[in-house]
Ligand binder design. Sequence first.
Ligand code: ADX
Length: 205
Amino acid sequence: MNPGKLNLTAESFAVSRQQKEGLNGHRSFTLWLTGLSASGKSTIARYLEERLHKDGIRTFMLDGDNTRMGINKDLDFSPEGRKENIRRVAEIAKLMNDAGIVVIACFISPMVIDRAMAKQIIGENSFIEVFVDASLDVCKERDPKGLYKKAIAGEIKEFTGISAPYEAPLAADIHIETNIISAIRSSGEVYEWLKLKKYLLPADL
Ligand code: ADX
């Protein structure tokens, strides 16, 4: 829809994102974890959030299973449903970043073009793509929710990796091979990367 047609004008705020970051004592940004179901996204995110919280960093975790039970409960797993899912959660992540909060977003987000849209919504300098890379065989073996079994039996349609595509990132900011390393070590790698790239310093440094 064309915003001009709806007679909308963006409102400016009295307190800027930078001021909110200053109050919090750290920058805000979004870590975007992409990968197959059962690749370890949510487990890594949980460890990472605990660690950041201990450092006094304000965080929020967005997870596909949860948002699909709430704000996105009207969406399916068709390509259009997934695109709208990603668009909405990217807008939510952006709002949270504007509020000074660090977002850890866990979405399969299987399409390169949809992740590019998320990056565009959130802003290039605030978006960190993390590829949580586990092979399909390993994910099928883990199958914590029994979904791969159902998908292979044809009981779930359009299941990522079985009957729907997953396009791996070609140039993720962080690439974690969870076939090889544990979730806790994976979260440590992300944490060290954030420190190295100075994401965890106060906003004005
Ligand atoms: S996304 O593709 O639109 O990014 P999202 O991350 O929100 O997916 O949701 C994925 C979760 O939904 C999976 O972890 C799984 O528990 C559940 N799920 C149910 N049906 C499907 C399906 N057809 N494909 C993938 N995940 C599914």
